[in-house]
Design a protein around this ligand. Structure first.
Ligand SMILES: Cc1ncc(COP(=O)(O)O)c(C=O)c1O
Length: 360
């Protein structure tokens, strides 16, 4: 069967066993005699799966009991607006750490609903030291994006923000390693990278933050109302929830949980950065080592011709979608949980051969 190694930033590669299980279960899901594509979100079989998925996530991520777990539509960018709507009914002052394109956009959207203070702005290579940050101790929340997918910049240590609730956009880093949920007021991630397919956003919120929505907040994106409705106020995107369930099973049963997956992510990423750093400048990634992303590796080649040949020849070798985001150009390898180590090995081998062929 023809399948490439898909290095796209998202929607991203899925594990083959997840695809095969979805295929096997397609016509008759959970002995219901119907397909997951057809089944109602209010059937007991679906609701049972949803409840079990929440339980599995609680165990896997060690989510404390005073946190609620929501499965919502809207994509991460929808929640760039729904988060300020939900959290600023009592206090409109909010803090944003801008470390790349996604947190910059989140801050821009929040300005419609709240008074946004920019705590710090990252450079192209790293984040200014936290001693220089302009944190407001009375803010309703501090927002940041741990892993900036486009820039390839990751803030590995959870920022110290005192008693102000911390909000994290984990869209491109969720379930890639352990995260201490208890340090956050709210965590969210759209699913199409490490949680399956597009159409659903996982949102984890501390229960004391649930009663602060602005009047204008639409019911289906009002987190308190959705908690009361078990995320089922309207028709939930059933298939993306189901695929998330398969992804969680895959991590737990086939990857050794978060310990296993984070060790394998670390091995993959070490090989990739070593290849770039040992290329005598043929490939370049300028992010400071301590801010380098575990999931998304942007890199430049020496000129546009090299980039063009690189992308074309990589494609011919079954290494697909290595182009950088249109806003920054260059190349980018996204190596989410589902990218097998074999895919990274093949990429590294290809990069070494390509450099040997084209280096001047
Ligand atoms: C970190 C981050 N936040 C937000 C988004 C936007 O996600 P969505 O397309 O689900 O709105 C992306 C998409 O790539 C992302 O990487």
């Amino acid at each position: 069967m023809f399948r490439v190694f898909n290095f796209a930033a998202g929607p991203a590669m899925l594990p083959e066993t997840v695809l095969l299980r979805a295929q096997q279960e397609l016509l008759n899901w959970q002995d219901s005699g119907t397909s997951i594509l057809e089944i109602g979100h209010r059937t007991s079989v679906f609701q049972d799966m949803l409840a079990k998925l929440e339980g599995k996530l609680r165990t896997l991520m060690n989510i404390p009991t005073n946190y609620k777990v929501l499965f919502l539509s809207g994509g991460a960018q929808g929640h760039f607006s729904f988060i300020p709507m939900n959290l600023t009914g009592k206090n409109r002052d909010v803090d944003y750490i801008v470390s790349g394109i996604w947190s910059e956009r989140a801050a821009k959207y929040a300005k419609r609903y709240a008074n946004v203070n920019i705590v710090t702005t990252a450079t192209l290579t790293g984040v200014p030291d936290s001693s220089t940050w302009n944190l407001n101790p009375n803010a309703a929340y501090v927002y940041y994006c741990p892993n900036e997918t486009i820039n390839g910049l990751q803030i590995h240590d959870i920022p110290e923000v005192g008693n102000v609730p911390l909000v994290g956009d984990f869209t491109s880093s969720i379930l890639s390693s352990h995260v201490d949920v208890s340090k956050f007021g709210l965590i969210f991630a759209s699913a199409q990278k490490n949680l399956g397919i597009a159409g659903i956003t996982l949102l984890i919120i501390r229960d004391d933050l649930l009663d602060q929505a602005q009047e204008c907040t639409p019911e289906i994106f009002n987190y308190k109302i959705q908690v009361e409705q078990n995320s089922l106020l309207n028709t939930i995107p059933t298939v993306p929830v189901y695929i998330m369930d398969l992804m969680v099973d895959w991590i737990v049963n086939e990857q050794g949980g978060l310990d296993g997956i984070s060790a394998s992510n670390q091995r993959k990423i070490n090989k990739l950065y070593a290849c770039i750093d040992n290329s005598n400048g043929f490939y370049r990634n300028d992010i400071e080592p301590k801010y380098r992303s575990l999931m998304n590796v942007p890199f430049n080649l020496q000129n546009n011709d090299h980039l063009k040949y690189f992308l074309a020849e990589a494609g011919q070798n079954g290494l697909a979608y290595l182009n950088g985001h249109k806003l920054v150009g260059g190349a980018r390898a996204s190596v989410y949980n589902a990218m097998p180590e074999e895919g990274v090995d093949k990429l590294v081998e290809f990069m070494q051969h390509f450099a040997a062929k084209y280096a001047g």
